[in-house]
Design a protein around this ligand. Structure first.
Ligand code: SF4
Ligand code: SF4
Length: 292
């Protein structure tokens, strides 16, 4: 089943118009081929997330129930995490950028939201067509963003649970294809094969946490939002706002609209365009630097 899902996703990533930049930016792909990983619904890590992230972070079973799907044992649920790596074209342009991100990245980051939603909807349909049921944390009624800078379904934590990578000094997830990625996930009762974590240590792929070296992400950050103690979300968010204002002025006419559910209220926001200087030109951009 894992192989079939991966083939379905590789085909979707290569054919979908939603995975394309506008022609004026070359019309190339936003994401190269995906990686997938699978966690078990009864993995105790999902309960631990209620302590580590917030009691408001949902377990897969809670999302399942909110989605009004028939009752099922936790052990029969599988959580499919999908890593979407940005293409080399976007990365090469972004490495050269200073102060403001490369336009190609801002557009790719903005368009990626619609594609991610489509990936989740089409993957749910894929499972349904095979006779199974499926839902997605981010698409469910339970999905909320909270003002303390967390959400009720953290895709990075789901990817960690599915053995796809670990956390880092810049607070991204370093996967085998690096940290310059986006992530989405599906919960299903399909018999997917679990891909176990190599370790429960949440930081093994980061050179700083594993060997005390690197800190390249800290040097790249224009907002001084990273230091040896980690990532300052407030400073990061403030710089991202400046970028949003500038890039929306420049690119607003071609950016896609965006809304979010913040503490239960649907809010239309300026299209997000990202920052991610800390992810470009660093050892963990496109690989796991600890695997070398
Ligand atoms: S750039 Fe280096 S220190 Fe920063 S997250 Fe990547 S591996 Fe860790
Ligand atoms: S996203 Fe931008 S502001 Fe935030 S930590 Fe990375 S480089 Fe700094």
């Amino acid at each position: 089943m894992n192989r079939m899902v991966r083939e379905f996703l590789v085909d979707l990533f290569s054919k979908s118009d939603l995975n394309r930049l506008p022609e004026s930016y070359g019309g190339g792909r936003i994401f190269s081929n995906p990686l997938i990983g699978v966690a078990r619904g009864d993995d105790l890590i999902f309960n631990k997330y209620k302590e580590i992230i917030s009691p408001k972070h949902l377990t897969p079973k809670e999302v399942w129930n909110i989605s009004k799907l028939p009752d099922i044992e936790n052990s029969s649920l599988r959580i499919l995490s999908i890593i979407c790596p940005f293409t080399n074209q976007i990365r090469e342009e972004s490495i050269k950028a200073k102060r403001m991100p490369a336009e190609i990245y801002s557009i790719g980051r903005n368009y990626a939201n619609a594609f991610k939603t489509d990936i989740m909807k089409q993957t749910i349909e894929f499972f349904q067509n095979k006779g199974f049921q499926a839902t997605a944390g981010m698409l469910s009624e339970g999905f909320n963003i909270y003002r303390g800078f967390f959400s009720s379904w953290s895709e990075r934590h789901i990817a960690f649970a599915a053995g796809l990578g670990t956390f880092s000094l810049h607070e991204g997830l370093i996967s085998e294809v690096g940290c310059n990625i986006r992530i989405c996930s599906i919960i299903s009762n399909a018999p997917l094969e679990v891909t176990p974590r190599k370790s429960d240590d949440p930081y093994t792929n980061c050179l700083y946490y594993s060997k005390g070296i690197c800190r390249e992400c800290e040097k790249k950050c224009p907002a001084e939002a990273i230091n040896e103690n980690g990532h300052d979300k407030k400073k990061c968010r403030a710089y991202a706002r400046k970028i949003e204002v500038e890039m929306n002025k420049r690119l607003g006419s071609i950016l896609k609209p965006h809304w979010r559910r913040i503490e239960g209220e649907v809010v239309t926001q300026k299209p997000p365009v990202g920052c991610a200087f800390c992810q470009y030109g660093v050892p963990c951009m496109d690989k796991n630097p600890m695997a070398m």
